[in-house]
Ligand binder design. Structure first.
Ligand code: NPW
Ligand code: ADP
Ligand code: K
Length: 479
C-alpha cells in the first residue's frame, strides 16, 4: 500500500525498486563475506528486487547467479525493465543450483503471494532449509503471509529479511518473527507523509506510541493525583492478587488496596506493607468500597476463583463505570455467558486473556491480530491477547503487536503482574489502550533486563530500573 501511494504521489517505481535491491545488496555485504550467491527470482516485483540486488552484488565483485521462476517474457513492468539491466545469464529454477551455493537471496515472492508455493519453487525452498544454506529474504521469506505472520505452505527460514519503509505485521507476529530472522528496515525513499495517506492502525509496540501519555509524577503532585487501585483478592490463591497489587504500586499508583475476605484477611495483611487491606465478604461490601470514587481502577480475576461471586464482583465494578482490568478467573467466570459480560462493559475496560481464556469468551477465527481486533470490537474492551507476540487491540481498530517479551515470562504469576501494571497506569490517568500497550512493553523489558531465572516477583522488583531508563530516554526524545 505504501509503495502504490508513493508511486501515485509521483515517485518513480523504477527508483524505488533500485533502492530496494541496492539495500538488499548492502545488507548482504554487511552480514556475509564474499561467497557464491544464488538469487531466486519470482515472477513479480519481489523478483525485480532480486535482479537489482544481483546486479549490485555482481558489481561489488561477488560471484552471483540468478534463477528465475517462469520465463523472462512473463515478467512485466519495472521487474521486466530491471531484469533487462542484468545483462547476463538467467537460469531456470532447479534444486541442482544449490550445489556450490553458499548464500541464497530469496526474491521469489513478497507481498503478492496469493497461494501456497508449489512445484520446483517449493522443492527449492525445502532444499535450502534442509541444507541449512544461509538466506537473505527480500521483503518477507517467500511463502510467509506478510499480513498474518502465518506460512502458506513451505517457507525457508531467513537469517535476515530486508524490508522497506515499515515492517509488516507478519514480521512481528509469530511464527513470522522467527522465520524472518533479523529484520532490516531499509529506507527506499518513500516519504513519511505517505503514512498519513495509508493511515495504518497497527504498530509494533514501542515507547514512541505512548510515551507522551506516560503519567510521570508531577512536581507538585500528591498521592491522590496518582490514583487508587483496588485489587479484589481471592480467598485461597492469595499470591496472585498480591502480585497484582505490588505491580500497581511499583508502576506508580498513589494508593493500592486489596479487598480480602475475612478468611484470608490476615494473610494479606501480614504480607503487605505499603498496600492496604480491606475486608470484603460479599458484593455489597465491595460496592461500598467503590462508593469512594477515588478508587479509580480495579483489578478482578487473579486468584479470584471461577465462581458466581467473581461474576457478581465484575458486574458490580462495571456497573460503577469504574476502569477495570479483568484477568484470569474474571474472564473464565463468564465462559457460559460471555454476552452478559460484554453487555455490562461501558467504561474503560481491559481484558487480558491468554489463548486458553480467550477461547472461553470468543468464538472467532482468523490470525491472532484479526482475532484480537474482532474480540475488542465485540466486547467493547481493550483486548490484551497474551503470548510471545502479545497483541493489544482497541474496539476502534487500533492495535499494537509486542515483540520485546522473552520466553522467561512463561512462569506462573507474570500475568497477574501485567494486570497490576495496566491498572496502575490507568489509575494514573493513562487511557486504557495506551496503558495496556505501555504495561506490556514495560513487562517485557523488565523480564529481558532480569534475564534467566525470572520469577514473577522479580518483575515489580526490577521495574524501577526500566522506568528510570525510559524516563531518561524520554527526556532525550527516543524514537
Ligand atoms: N511496488 C513497488 O514499487 C515496490 C515493490 N517492492 C517489491 O515488490 C514486492 C511485491 O511485488 P508484487 O506485488 O509484484 O508481488 P510478488 O510478491 O512479487 O508476487 C506476485 C507474483 O507472484 C505470483 N504468485 C503469487 N503467489 C504465487 C504462488 N504461490 N505461486 C506462483 N506464483 C505466485 C503472482 O501471480 P498471480 O497470483 O497473478 O498468478 C505474481 O506474478 C514487494 O514484496 C517488494 O519486494 C519493492 O521493490 C519496493 C517498491
Ligand atoms: N514464550 C513467551 N514469550 C514471551 N512472553 C510470554 C511467553 N509465554 C508467556 N508469556 C507472557 O507471560 C505472561 C503470562 O501470563 P498468564 O498466562 O496469565 O500467566 P499467570 O496466569 O500465571 O499470571 C503474559 O504476559 C504472556 O504474554
Ligand atoms: K521473498
Amino acid at each position: 500500500a505504501a509503495d502504490s501511494a508513493a508511486i501515485a504521489s509521483g515517485i518513480s517505481e523504477m527508483a524505488l525498486m533500485e533502492a530496494a535491491g541496492s539495500a538488499v545488496a548492502n545488507a548482504v555485504g554487511a552480514r556475509w563475506g564474499k561467497r557464491p550467491v544464488l538469487v531466486l527470482a519470482g515472477p513479480g516485483n519481489n523478483g525485480g528486487d532480486g535482479f537489482v540486488a544481483a546486479r549490485h552484488l555482481r558489481d561489488a565483485g561477488w560471484n552471483v547467479r540468478i534463477a528465475l521462476l517462469g520465463s523472462l517474457e512473463q515478467l512485466s513492468g519495472v521487474a521486466a525493465r530491471q531484469a533487462a539491466l542484468w545483462n547476463d545469464e538467467v537460469l531456470a529454477l532447479s534444486v541442482y543450483l544449490l550445489d556450490g551455493t553458499a548464500l541464497v537471496v530469496d526474491a521469489l515472492f513478497g507481498a503478492g503471494l496469493t497461494r501456497p508455493i508449489s512445484g520446483v519453487a517449493a522443492q527449492l525452498l525445502e532444499a535450502v532449509a534442509s541444507r541449512g544454506i544461509p538466506v537473505c529474504a527480500i521483503d518477507v521469506p517467500s511463502g510467509l503471509d506478510g499480513a498474518s505472520g502465518q506460512p502458506q505452505g513451505v517457507v525457508a527460514r531467513a537469517d535476515i529479511t530486508v524490508t522497506f519503509f515499515r515492517k509488516k505485521p507478519g514480521h512481528v507476529l509469530m511464527p513470522g518473527r522467527l522465520l524472518c530472522g533479523e529484520v532490516i528496515l531499509a529506507d527506499i525513499g518513500i516519504p513519511d507523509r505517505v503514512l498519513s495517506q495509508i493511515d495504518p492502525a497497527v504498530f509494533e509496540n514501542s515507547p514512541v506510541l505512548w510515551m507522551n501519555a506516560y503519567p510521570w509524577p508531577h512536581i507538585d503532585g500528591h498521592k491522590y493525583q496518582r490514583g487508587h487501585v483496588l485489587v479484589v483478592g481471592g480467598a485461597t490463591m492469595t499470591g496472585a492478587a498480591r502480585l497484582s497489587a505490588l505491580a500497581s504500586a511499583r508502576i506508580g499508583a498513589g494508593l493500592v488496596t486489596v479487598a480480602a475476605p475475612d478468611s484470608s484477611w490476615a494473610i494479606y495483611a501480614a504480607a503487605l506493607t505499603s498496600i492496604m487491606v480491606q475486608r470484603v465478604n460479599d458484593v455489597s461490601m465491595l460496592d461500598h468500597l467503590l462508593s469512594d470514587d477515588r478508587k479509580n481502577a480495579v483489578v478482578v480475576g487473579p486468584g479470584a476463583g471461577v465462581s458466581h461471586s467473581t461474576r457478581e464482583y465484575v458486574l458490580a465494578v462495571l456497573a460503577r463505570k469504574r476502569a477495570v482490568v479483568l484477568d484470569a478467573d474474571a474472564i473464565s467466570a463468564f465462559a457460559a455467558d460471555p454476552q452478559s459480560l460484554f453487555n455490562a462493559i461501558a467504561g474503560p475496560c481491559v481484558l487480558t486473556p491468554h489463548e486458553g481464556e480467550f477461547g472461553r469468551l470468543f468464538n472467532v477465527n482468523g490470525d491472532k491480530l484479526e482475532r484480537a481486533l474482532m474480540a475488542a470490537r465485540r466486547s467493547g474492551a481493550v483486548l490484551v491477547l497474551k503470548g510471545a507476540d502479545t497483541i493489544v487491540a482497541a474496539p476502534d481498530g487500533r492495535a499494537v503487536i509486542n515483540t520485546n517479551a522473552p520466553p522467561d515470562l512463561a512462569t506462573g504469576g507474570t500475568g497477574d503482574v501485567l494486570a497490576g501494571f495496566i491498572a496502575g497506569l490507568v489509575a494514573q490517568g493513562m487511557p486504557a489502550f495506551d496503558a495496556a500497550a505501555a504495561a506490556v512493553w514495560l513487562h517485557g523489558e523488565a523480564a529481558a533486563l532480569f534475564g534467566p531465572g525470572l520469577i514473577s516477583e522479580d518483575l515489580p522488583q526490577i521495574l524501577p530500573r526500566v522506568l528510570r531508563r525510559l524516563k531518561r530516554a524520554t527526556r532525550h526524545d527516543i524514537s
